[in-house]
Design a protein around this ligand. Structure first.
Ligand code: PMP
Length: 451
């Protein structure tokens, strides 16, 4: 990636923003100082990776806003990295949670909401049979198990640059020689992940064909667009090609819509009529409570029932105790029925388009070789002139030092965007003025960088 700004200037401005961050947040600083009984000082160690001098401690969040313990109000374009895609604490979900909380919620048995949720998901996504899990990570682990169990084939195919949660089989990359290797940084990795996972570049149907050709692939698991390595949109016809090749080679097509549900009411696959064999959706499905779902075609469901019938004893290796509890199902129903509606998408998509256009105009005005992509409520800017076509291209366009400066400066200006890349989500409560504030905030960084 050609560097537009001098690293020394980026570093100097970052120091200035860090000092400002520290000075403005005594309460967060005090909480960080008293966090010695948490590993790395946080309840999940990666919460330290936001690039702030110490974590930002949140007091409360509502709609498109969150408020830290020092009383600073932020417009939130991170939205819990999709968990709060429709805003924080949407009233119908909060009410359903409160109502269920007083009536018992963890019986390891279904309630009436489960049937409603199943029927709704079938109607919304066109897949007739569903299961509930607690996280998208878990749902992905389970679909891989189903795919292998149903096909008797060992290998899964994913695309380079993918992220499907902390599912071992998918924590892989393609190395310079085209081999599938474990992602760098994995802790405690023992198994050779390349043994049963094959990685191919996104938007490369020839490579996918070659990966499927041996006939040992249980499924291809992918997002419709890669959204965790910056954003990589599918070429025209790519996903149709994936669908055709998976059918041709007898592999299931599993679509992970956890992030791309930003696209529209039935996700990206619904929008283009993709017809996956299985579909996974986590994060926003119950308004941001830990919950996920996965659906399957009638054919897959029939095979799954037969497989279960053939194994009357033992453990399937799927499901966790607290999954699908009454609490989760009540929240999911309220969310699907009253929050994740067509009306919500009608608000967010045009607003995100305005954000994307305003950022494009900003970068053009500043003659920056940066691009902006958008799928529904989700926008991303990347430090490359045209949208990347593969995960490797997207990774090469990253500049973590510059990204951290922009994020920290925005935070100091009261705007939160998603860490680790440059993603911004718009929810139904995001005001137009917040979009202007975000774009002005980025412009302020650019002007400071130009000196
Ligand atoms: N699938 C995709 C596409 C994701 O982006 C993520 C998380 N970023 C997951 C699955 C896993 O979600 P969770 O961390 O909630 O398990």
């Amino acid at each position: 990636m050609p560097q537009v700004f001098s690293p020394a200037r980026v570093a100097a401005l970052t120091e200035r923003e860090r000092a400002d961050y520290i000075a403005q947040r005594p309460r967060s600083a005090a909480l960080a100082a008293g966090s010695g009984h948490l590993l790395s000082g946080v309840p999940m160690h990666w919460m330290r990776d936001w690039g702030t001098p110490f974590p930002l401690y949140i007091d409360h969040a509502q709609g498109a806003q969150c408020v830290d313990v020092d009383g600073h109000v932020y417009t939130d374009f991170c939205l819990g990295d999709t968990g709060a895609m429709f805003g924080h604490s949407p009233a119908p979900v909060a009410a359903a949670i409160a109502e269920r909380a007083a009536r018992g919620y963890s019986c390891m048995l279904p309630g009436a909401d489960a049937n409603w949720v199943g029927a709704h998901l079938a109607e919304r996504f066109g897949l007739p049979v569903w299961q509930i899990a607690t996280t998208a990570t878990d749902a992905n682990r389970f679909v891989l198990r189903w795919a292998r169990g149903l096909s008797g084939r060992p290998v899964v195919v994913v695309f380079d640059g993918c992220y499907h949660g902390t599912v071992d089989d998918t924590l892989v990359r393609q190395d310079a020689d085209g081999r599938t290797v474990a992602r760098s940084g994995l802790v405690g990795q023992v198994a050779d992940l390349g043994q049963y996972t094959r990685v191919v570049p996104f938007n490369d149907l020839a490579a996918l064909h070659a990966a499927l050709a041996p006939g040992d692939v249980a499924c291809v698991l992918t997002e419709p667009a890669l959204t965790n390595i910056g954003m990589v949109l599918p070429d025209e016809g790519f996903l149709a090609g994936v669908r055709q090749l998976t059918r041709q080679h007898g592999a299931l097509l599993v679509i992970d819509e956890t992030h791309t549900i930003s696209t529209g009411y039935a996700g990206y696959s619904g929008q283009i009529g993709l017809e996956p064999d299985m579909l996974v959706l986590g994060k926003p499905i119950a308004g941001g409570l830990p919950a996920a779902v996965y659906g399957m075609s009638a054919e897959v469901a029939a095979r799954a029932e037969a497989l279960l019938a053939s194994k009357p004893d033992g453990h399937s290796g799927m499901g966790t105790t607290l999954s699908a509890n009454l609490f989760t199902l009540a929240a999911m129903r309220a969310n699907l029925e009253q929050v994740m509606t067509r009306d919500a998408y009608a608000l967010t998509t045009p607003r995100a388009a305005r954000l994307a256009d305003a950022l494009r105009a900003l970068f053009a005005r500043h003659r920056l070789p940066w691009c902006v992509t958008q799928i529904g409520a989700r926008c991303e800017f990347q430090f490359c002139p045209t949208p990347p076509r593969t995960g490797a291209e997207a990774e090469a366009a990253m500049d973590h030092a510059l990204e951290r400066l922009i994020h920290l400066s925005l935070l100091n200006q009261g705007v939160l965007i998603t860490p680790f890349h440059n993603m911004m989500l718009v929810c139904p409560d995001t005001p137009e003025t917040a979009i202007t504030a975000l774009v002005d905030g980025v412009e302020a960084v650019l002007e400071a960088l130009r000196g």
